[in-house]
Design a protein around this ligand. Structure first.
Ligand SMILES: N[C@@H](CCC[C@H](N)C(=O)O)C(=O)O
Length: 291
């Protein structure tokens, strides 16, 4: 039996998603069906698939509601290969735009909503030119060696957790970053138990201008391959560079990715430092697909 799904295609700095609405949690797709939606040749195409479901209507949602009873909506995120992920920083902004356009959420500019994710509840604020999401507390700790195609020698990477796992590698210059071949996954040793998204970064010259740190980044995403942008990856890359820069490093960062630019900032909160990510969210077209 086939099912028809009404979808919207959206992106945040070129990190693109297939979004569909299933408030009651009635449409549970398996990994092969999710991968078929994300397939760029045989499906709609996307780096990930996002199902809009009420937290009350999926098993993982009860934890979100325990954490924050206002987290009515859950971002059910899967990578392009159909694997679930804890969080998606670009995806949650596009998700906010999608909920608003579907009439499922009323969020005037300047207001904030709680969204359930597998990585915990995230607070999403609508801004004049997009959204800012509080990615919460972060962990910058742990080393690994990273090998990638066209990187002559293996490089040390720094593990960063922002709800999902990342390993960040500093490269020498733009030439080295541009030459990388990320058509195959970088090899991370030791690989964190849940795998890793891998970011390669190069500082701008100068690194800090007007109090804002600036870096360029390319990313290979767990479950999706090389993408034009990764929001949690941009946050991880800024946090790693901030740690490498040491005392006096800025709290505000601009991260250039192949698909555009996002903002990252670190703020003190009553439960310790949090990292926030800001950027655009675009909805591109709607359609219906039969699975
Ligand atoms: N592109 C996302 C991250 C998506 C999940 C990631 N591939 C993972 O498996 O952790 C972002 O913008 O953060």
């Amino acid at each position: 039996m086939s099912i028809d799904i009404a979808f919207t295609k959206g992106h945040g700095t070129g990190n693109d998603f297939v979004l569909f609405s299933d408030p009651d949690g009635a449409v549970v797709l398996d990994a092969a069906q999710l991968a078929a939606l994300a397939d760029r040749r045989f499906g709609i195409g996307g780096d990930g698939v996002i199902r809009a479901v009420r937290s009350a209507n999926l098993p993982e949602g009860s934890g979100a509601l325990d954490e924050d009873p206002d987290a009515e909506w859950f971002m059910d995120y899967h990578n392009a290969d159909g694997s679930p992920a804890e969080m998606c920083g670009n995806g949650i902004r596009v998700y906010g735009a999608y909920l608003i356009s579907e009439g499922l959420l009323d969020l005037p500019v300047g207001e904030t909503v709680s969204i359930g994710t597998r990585g915990g509840v995230r607070r999403l604020t609508r801004t004049d030119d997009g959204f800012e999401v509080d990615l919460g507390p972060f962990v910058v700790a742990g080393e690994a060696m990273v090998a990638a195609r066209r990187l002559e020698i293996d490089r040390p990477g720094l593990a960063v957790g922002v709800g999902n796992p990342h390993v960040v590698v500093a490269l020498a210059d733009d030439g080295e970053l541009d030459a990388l071949d990320l058509s195959e996954a970088p090899v991370v040793t030791p690989l964190p138990p849940d795998g890793a998204n891998v970011e390669f970064v190069v500082p701008a010259e100068p690194l800090v201008a007007a109090g804002v740190g600036r870096i360029r980044m390319r990313v290979h995403e767990r479950g999706s391959g090389e993408t034009l942008s990764c929001g949690t990856g941009a946050a991880a890359a800024a946090l790693a560079t901030r740690a490498w820069a040491g005392r006096g490093a800025p709290d505000a960062w601009r991260v250039r990715v192949p698909g555009g630019e996002v903002g990252v900032r670190v703020v003190e909160t009553p439960d310790g430092p949090h990292v926030l990510l800001s950027g655009p969210a675009e909805l591109v077209f709607d359609g219906t697909v039969s699975l």
